[in-house]
Ligand binder design. Sequence first.
Ligand code: AP5
Length: 206
Amino acid sequence: MRNVVLLGPPGAGKGTVASRLVQELGFLHVSTGDMLREEVAKGTPLGQLAQGYMTRGELVPDEVILTLVRQRVDAKKGVLFDGFPRTVAQAEGLERFTTVDVVVLLELERDEVVRRLSSRRICGACGAVYNLVTHPPVEPGRCDRCGGALILRDDDRPEVVARRFEVYMRDSAPLVAYYEGRGILRRVRAEGPPAEVFRAVAEALR
Ligand code: AP5
């Protein structure tokens, strides 16, 4: 197994692709966004610190993220990093404790990002992800998996989405050149239907 990074703007479909890759290829899924939301839900000191950054669409400080990820990585299993690293400092920190073999960049235009995030809903109970347009629940407002109520993520409000996109362009887009320079970046267009995007990612990993 290899260590893979999924890179791309907010709403590009990283979580959607990751959950299928984990099911089909058995990666250990390390999603810093999910880990932070768990800490927020539990009300831990880390969660309290992270919440303000997340609600504003800013990045949580690099040292906090690196400590969190380091605790989760298991050297015996291939890891799928989703939403991490997000800065060059995080990428350098990651290299100090494990290797990155392939980076898949999901490319999506800003307008489509805004469309996808404004129609995304998540289950408040189990975290399952839906989309009112492309992946609606069977019963409106209810999770197919656990029956929980579907909600809009706090940071999917339009003004926060705009900020998250700016932060991505400023802090995370430089990772494209960083990994291109190491010869491990593969680009995938992310605007097709989920199954098509998944196939393209699986192909890029071959
Ligand atoms: P995080 O949760 O990682 O947010 P993100 O990277 O902005 O990514 P998203 O979860 O919004 O989108 P996604 O690409 O996973 O898309 P999804 O599959 O859901 O981070 C949240 C916050 O935590 C950050 O802003 C920051 O504050 C903090 N944080 C996290 N990691 C950090 C780090 N490393 N450093 C510092 N701070 C950090 O899809 C989106 C929608 O589109 C869904 O509704 C889905 O159903 C739909 N969809 C998916 N694929 C398709 C498709 N092919 N066609 C049509 N619809 C689709």
